[in-house]
Write a protein that binds this ligand. Structure first.
Ligand SMILES: Nc1ncnc2c1ncn2[C@@H]1O[C@H](COP(=O)(O)OP(=O)(O)OP(=O)(O)O)[C@@H](O)[C@H]1O
Length: 232
């Protein structure tokens, strides 16, 4: 039996009369690359924010790397929030220096290699970057951390399709060398599905389906096919 890096049981988060999470039972296997999928409003970002303690459950229990979410635990999580803008007013090199000083497990040499691999230059100003260029910087900053859990909320949003395919190919190589649990929430399923070895499909704040991607493929088709079956 694979150990779980994340275990949530009966998680509820209410906003007014709406439940963003509605009794969510979820397990993410350790050292897997797991997709968190589902339509707009399914509860994906709420769940990811909960992992870092930014959102507190109204009910239920959550264990992340064997602990309850906390500021202390966040030193072991590399989190890319949706709609993130952290480095305005910096150059790429300054952002990397900032990461070295402040982010636990941050490897500046690896970050520099990643930004170059992603088509950015150290002397570029973040202010004035296109949305896709900024998304690449955010992704590189999160990937350059040697921590047990990576939580990436829509890391490919704004990046053009061909670049996305190249980045995904590079990520497949990089993830296979790591002992990290990686959680990725994305709407770009066709270009990214080769990344995943586990998938969780959310709907209305609960799990509609989850499992090993190879096993799901053998019985139900590609991740994209399953997505259509579940949500059309
Ligand atoms: N801070 C908030 N205040 C009020 N409602 C919220 C808040 N955060 C989330 N919600 C609501 O909770 C539900 C789930 O939102 P969430 O952002 O988790 O969905 P999502 O699956 O990440 O969607 P998307 O694919 O659009 O990013 C939505 O109905 C949303 O409007």
């Amino acid at each position: 039996m694979t150990k779980a890096a994340i275990q949530g049981s009966g998680l509820v988060k209410r906003y007014g009369r709406r439940n963003a999470l509605d009794g969510l039972d979820i397990e993410i296997p350790e050292n897997s690359v797991t997709a968190v999928l589902g339509p707009n409003g399914a509860g994906k970002s709420t769940f990811m924010r909960m992992l870092t303690g930014l959102v507190t459950p109204d009910q239920g229990t959550l264990r992340v790397l064997g602990e309850a979410p906390s500021w202390k635990l966040n030193g072991r999580i590399s989190y890319l929030p949706d709609r993130a803008r952290w480095y305005e007013g910096h150059t790429v090199a300054e952002a990397i220096r900032w990461g070295s000083n402040l982010l636990p497990g941050f490897d500046a040499a690896q970050a520099l290699q990643l930004v170059e691999q992603l088509g950015l230059k150290a002397d570029m100003d973040v202010k004035g970057m296109s949305k896709g260029q900024e998304a690449r910087l955010m992704l590189a900053m999160c990937l350059a951390r040697d921590v047990p859990l990576l939580v990436l909320d829509e890391p490919f949003s704004g990046i053009d399709m061909i670049s996305r395919e190249r980045i995904v190919a590079a990520l497949i190589d990089s993830f296979s060398d790591r002992r990290q649990t990686v959680l990725i929430c994305t709407h770009e399923i066709p270009e990214t599905e080769s990344l995943f070895d586990h998938a969780v499909f959310l709907n209305d704040g609960t799990v509609a389906l989850s499992g090993d991607v190879e096993e799901l493929r053998a019985t139900r088709g590609s991740v994209q096919d399953i997505y259509r079956q579940l949500y059309v």
